[in-house]
Design a protein around this ligand. Sequence first.
Ligand code: THU
Length: 139
Amino acid sequence: MALDPEIVGAALKRLRAPAKAASGNAHAPYSGFHVGAAVADARGAVYAACNVESASYGLTQCAERNALGSAIAAGVRPGTLEAMVIYLPGEEPIPPCGACRQVMRELMAPGAIAVTCCDGAAIQAWTLEELLPDAFLGR
Ligand code: THU
């Protein structure tokens, strides 16, 4: 599905800067990927986070899930977040990992979008249904 460029542009306008700022706080001594992610609630409050790595690599927390955790912890209702922007420094954006796709699909709004960006012009944008078709959503 081709996403509406206006919706993608609006998400980037509002959320790229906080995602980029959060990436500056990334704790990523093992991978070197300094990821930032940001979402905004219906009233415009922004929740942004970075990835946090562990010396026990598998305990690493991704930026996307940390941003959603911050929003939920602040009282945002699951199913109401319409867009997430994910930033990685450099010239190539990275798509969200499989674990994050699952949690994004569960916690964000139906039809919500994810947009990746970087320091160059390249972006990627999807609906969450495109990112994770036929998702398991429990009973
Ligand atoms: N990472 C994220 O923060 N989000 C993703 O969707 C992909 C990967 C982080 C986890 C780890 O700190 C580093 O990037 C490399 O996998």
